[in-house]
Design a protein around this ligand. Structure first.
Ligand SMILES: [Zn+2]
Length: 132
């Protein structure tokens, strides 16, 4: 199973068996199947950004088209699509959290640490000095 597929299904990115979510948007601390540590999850605002883009690009034009085609009062469109946007956003947020955590896991992505900076600086220094 690919990382995206694993994330979309809300499964453990390590084994693909255990459930990622213990509540609607909350991760388990560890995989029930393989014990993988989910506490390293660090997507930040990433999933929310995708949700905003997807709802803005697809749902807002649908709302405008709905208003223009049906000719119903604007308040009907606003009320109807408020519900659509809330439900879609919650569903997409769960989906994107799973996908982004799976991608983080597969790519071993994490915050930069001081040791990483020191290692990169040492590599750069060594490459500038060249063989002696
Ligand atoms: Zn697992």
């Amino acid at each position: 199973m690919s990382a995206v597929e694993t994330g979309m299904r809300g499964r453990c990115p390590a084994c693909g068996e255990g459930q990622l979510f213990k509540k609607f948007l909350t991760f388990h601390d560890f995989c029930e199947a393989c014990g993988a540590d989910f506490r390293i999850e660090d997507a930040g605002d990433g999933p929310a950004v995708f949700v905003i883009f997807i709802t803005g690009i697809f749902i807002i034009p649908m709302a405008l088209a709905f208003y223009l085609v049906t000719g119903l009062p604007m308040i009907v469109t606003i009320l109807l699509f408020s519900v659509v946007i809330i439900v879609a956003s919650l569903w997409l947020l769960r989906l994107m959290r799973g996908i982004m955590f799976s991608l983080q896991w597969v790519n071993k992505a994490r915050e930069v640490r001081l040791s990483d900076v020191r290692k990169a600086a040492k590599i750069e220094k060594d490459s500038n000095e060249g063989p002696s």
